[in-house]
Ligand binder design. Structure first.
Ligand SMILES: Cc1cc2nc3c(=O)[nH]c(=O)nc-3n(C[C@H](O)[C@H](O)[C@H](O)COP(=O)(O)O)c2cc1C
Ligand SMILES: CCCCCCC(=O)C(=O)O
Length: 377
């Protein structure tokens, strides 16, 4: 696969250039949907800026001839600390959508998290990922039979973990999408897991004759669940033997509760600034949560990662692994080759940056690598 080049025949390396390519290529509604955040986008901006509030403190003369990016996560050895975020509706970016992203991730040994609102069924996405961990992200439908059916299907399709998104009791106030009158499901994207679900079909579309508009309305009615509480984690635990990760934790107390309620891991995340505007940046939430959890369960991190040193900072502040969202979706503008180019560049940057910190193995990173900008060591 040849590396994508820009109009002036130079390789596309900078994430800003991938973003610009997506903006030039996609319809305005689709680009804004991917790019934007909730409200005034204060949190969206804070997520990226937070990385500038921390300095890396490299150590010298340490022999970094052989650099190792490998980690162990949920008892699986992985070649890098990177995972791909659950991102719904990917056919609004490219017709091959999630299949292209998942194929690209699998080709690099990177776990891929399939969204509930994927444009292809969880079974079809699983089928393109071999020998790489697959996680299924659950938007817990407001209908327990459909929720149970999704989890059972994920387990049967070979997924290795359930990622329960807990920051989306309802959709954030997304001003650009409202202005554009844009909801990606209107295009038919994101309905695959519902239309292939026997329980959903039997209960909500028994004749199989609903129009796209009627189907979207039925899905929207049950997609999210405003009544979820911590106690429901026990119910989910009964539905599956897979590890359960909670995605969307920012409050330190919730980190503690996740351990107490038996989660197998958490994802420190503010949903890329797409839910509650004004929330603390994910990066600045991370050290407090990490201090509280004390290594009891793995901590994954997302929101704002754009370059290799960002990954090092997140790991130095307590993350065991990191997740990216928008960067790979911008790459998807050019299909699988674009996703692979974005991921390959990011991993080269990470490898170079790790060596330059004087750390040969990613697993040796600790808090001594980082300090608040302006603070003494
Ligand atoms: C277009 C788009 C769709 C998303 N869809 C989902 C989803 O279906 N489920 C979910 O849990 N998170 C979803 N997210 C949030 C991501 O999983 C992730 O938390 C976020 O993108 C991380 O921030 P980043 O984009 O700055 O890397 C979505 C994000 C984007 C940009
Ligand atoms: C009512 C639709 C909920 C899914 C939204 C997908 C998502 O998490 C995001 O856009 O962010």
């Amino acid at each position: 696969m040849t590396a994508p080049v820009s109009a002036d025949d130079r390789p596309i390396i900078r994430i800003e250039d991938w973003e610009a390519l997506a903006e030039q290529t996609l319809p305005k509604g689709a680009f804004d949907y991917v790019h934007s955040g909730a409200g005034a986008e204060e949190t969206l901006r804070k997520n990226e800026r937070a990385f500038q509030q921390w300095d890396l403190l490299p150590k010298i003369l340490t022999n970094v001839e052989n650099v190792n990016l490998g980690i162990n996560l949920l008892n699986r050895q992985l070649p890098t600390p990177l995972l791909l975020a659950p991102v719904g509706f990917q056919t609004v970016v490219h017709p091959e959508g999630e299949l292209a992203s998942a194929r690209s991730a699998a080709g690099l040994g990177i776990p891929y998290i399939t969204s509930t609102v994927s444009s292809f069924s969880l079974e079809d996405i699983s089928a393109v990922m071999e020998n790489v961990p697959r996680y299924f992200q659950l938007y817990w439908p407001n209908d327990e039979e459909v929720a149970a059916s999704f989890v059972t299907r994920a387990e049967a399709a070979g997924y290795d973990a359930i990622v329960l998104t807990v920051d989306t009791a309802l959709l954030g106030w997304r001003e650009k999408d409202l202005q554009n009158r844009y909801f990606p499901m209107q295009t038919g994207a994101g309905t695959a897991n519902f239309v292939t679900d026997p329980v959903f079909q039997q209960k909500y579309n028994p004749s199989g004759l609903l129009t796209q508009e009627e189907l979207t309305a039925e899905i929207k009615k049950i997609l999210l669940n405003q009544s979820l509480t911590w106690e429901k984690i026990a119910w989910l635990r009964q539905q599956t033997s897979l590890p359960i990760l909670l995605k969307g934790i920012i409050h330190t107390e919730d980190g503690k509760k996740a351990v107490a309620y038996g989660a197998d891991g958490i994802i420190v995340s503010n949903h890329g600034g797409r839910q509650l505007d004004g929330v603390r940046s994910s990066l600045n939430a991370l050290p407090f949560i990490s201090k509280e959890i004390q290594g009891e369960i793995p901590i994954l991190f997302d929101s704002g990662i754009r370059r290799g040193p960002d990954i090092l900072k997140a790991i130095a502040l307590g993350a065991d692994a990191v997740i990216i969202g928008r960067p790979y979706v911008y790459g998807l503008t050019l299909g699988q080759a674009g996703v692979t180019a974005v991921l390959t560049n990011l991993l080269h940057d990470l490898e170079t940056s790790l060596a330059l910190t004087g750390t040969a193995s990613l697993s040796d990173i600790d808090g001594s690598l980082i300090a608040r900008t302006g603070n003494s060591q």
